[in-house]
Ligand binder design. Structure first.
Ligand SMILES: Nc1ncnc2c1ncn2[C@@H]1O[C@H](COP(=O)(O)OP(=O)(O)OP(=O)(O)O)[C@@H](O)[C@H]1O
Ligand SMILES: [Mg+2]
Length: 451
């Protein structure tokens, strides 16, 4: 039994050997390398508990190693070692999920202590998860990938309320993962052995939806040749997921309210209601609260459904999830298509990270799927991204203060935004904008944005 596995990266040989020696003496299983590129390859092959890396190195630097860890091995803690000149970027690294940074010159005691703390954190997290998965016993069925604090809070909340019978309303933009959360609730509930039935309320007209949900008895209307069981009855003992709930007609809303209140369903043409025991999870990407206030959705039904509300943030408000999700989908798609694609180039990832994703996670999934499909090597390059990703980024630029901006205002704002997304990196910003650095510089000067 070793104390834990440690990857040490430093392009300075003496410093590297020194740290390697000290950490081995501490009882860690140590892998040491002078090359950042080699470190990235190692991280792709085996899990490490803790990575200790120099921040500034030739070619592949500590930031890239941190990024790879955050994207592909969320359990690994990364500690950066940094000289005075790069202190600012070290602080930035903390924001991007580094465990700690150690300033040079350091005391060995400090390094020992920080590594031990990072390791304890990794192991605790792993233990907790293992326990949880053993208890829940369904790992792999529904996986919600995230490292965003707000999403973690939602997941905790979902886990807490899942075993109860309370109805849940899930809101959020299209493609944010509403249905995934609904399935997550179902799998964590006492009803997980029962059915999960999903109905898109926007996909049927009023009569058809009533027929689908309530079912009918023979002769209920012309053409009803036999009894038909409705989806509400089909979901008994399980969960009924009502997607696009705001599209339900007022008449159907009344019928649904009755089902929820009385816990019984009356099929079309039937005279005696049947008891049903199920949990309702509803979802919408519209502002249902405003609709209920304005009389466009029944308030009483709204309150019945909205016992707990999960509001899923758009992907553009949790950009740290972009690399993680991109790699998740990459693995999935590559396996499904039998292709050996395992990497996303730094440039392609930078574009993805700067993009606004109006279609949220679903759009990212589609982009990665397409990227895997057309990739010729084992890396998704910028060329495998949709040609119009840049244009799309412009098109999603939003209307401000209810009026449309002039071309100059638009350009100025857009440049400012891209620069911000690129972390102030002008080379990257110019690349995203599709112009060269000199042109960008001229524009910055013209718009007095040189600082
Ligand atoms: N956090 C996540 N981790 C892994 N996969 C995700 C995550 N969020 C969404 N997905 C995947 O993205 C796709 C879209 O998610 P989902 O269908 O749940 O979105 P939605 O909010 O219901 O969208 P819509 O409003 O368009 O119906 C699905 O394939 C889902 O599995
Ligand atoms: Mg959906």
């Amino acid at each position: 039994m070793t104390k834990g596995s440690l990857l040490i990266v430093d392009d300075e040989k003496v410093a590297l050997r020194n740290l390697e020696h000290v950490m081995k003496k501490e009882g860690y299983e140590v892998t040491a390398t002078q090359s950042g590129a080699n470190a990235l390859a190692l991280l792709g092959r085996q899990p490490f508990d803790v990575v200790l890396t120099d921040l500034r190195m030739e070619k592949t630097d500590g930031m890239q190693i941190l990024e790879k860890c955050r994207a592909t091995c969320p359990d690994t803690e990364v500690i950066l070692i940094t000289g005075y000149a790069t202190l600012e970027s070290a602080v930035d690294a903390m924001k991007h999920g580094a465990f700690y940074y150690i300033a040079k010159p350091f005391r060995l005691d400090e390094v020992r202590k920080v590594v031990a703390e990072a390791l304890a954190k990794t192991q605790l997290r792993r233990e907790n998860r293992n326990l949880r998965e053993q208890v829940e016993g369904f790992q792999g069925k529904v996986r919600i990938i995230t490292q965003n604090a707000e999403m973690q809070r939602l997941l905790d909340m979902a886990r807490q309320i899942a075993p109860t019978d309370c109805n849940v309303l899930i809101t959020g933009e299209s493609g944010t993962g509403k249905e995934l959360f609904a399935r997550y609730l179902h799998h964590h509930s006492r009803r997980s052995e029962g059915a999960f039935v999903a109905v898109n309320c926007g996909a049927f007209n009023e009569e058809l939806l009533a027929n689908e949900l309530l079912g009918h008895v023979k002769g209920a209307f012309t053409g009803a040749a036999g009894d038909k069981k409705g989806l509400i009855a089909a979901a008994a003992g399980g969960t009924l997921f009502l997607d696009e709930i705001t599209e339900m007609s007022p008449a159907m809303q009344v019928k649904l309210l009755r089902v929820i209140q009385e816990r019984e369903v009356l099929p079309l043409g039937a005279t005696t209601p049947q008891k049903v025991d199920l949990r309702f999870v509803a979802a919408t990407n519209r502002n249902i609260l405003d609709m209920a206030k304005g009389g466009d959705f029944r308030q009483d039904l709204f309150f019945r459904l909205n016992v707990v509300n999960l509001l899923i943030p758009p992907l553009s408000r949790r950009r740290e999830d972009v690399p993680l999700l991109a790699y998740h989908f990459l693995k999935k798609c590559a396996a499904r298509m039998g292709k050996n694609v395992s990497e996303i180039s730094t440039e392609a990832m930078d574009l993805l990270k700067a993009y606004d994703f109006p279609g949220n996670v679903r759009e990212l999934e589609n982009i990665v799927e397409r990227g895997v499909a057309i990739a010729t090597g084992d890396v998704i390059e910028t060329a495998s991204l949709p040609d119009d990703l840049r244009e799309l980024a412009i098109r999603t630029f939003r209307k401000k203060e209810g009026r449309l901006p002039s071309l100059e205002e638009q350009e100025r704002e857009y440049i400012r935004w891209v620069l911000q997304e690129a972390g102030g990196n002008q080379t990257l910003a110019a690349q995203i904008l599709g112009i060269d650095r000199v042109s960008l510089w001229r524009k910055l000067k013209r718009y007095q944005m040189e600082e």
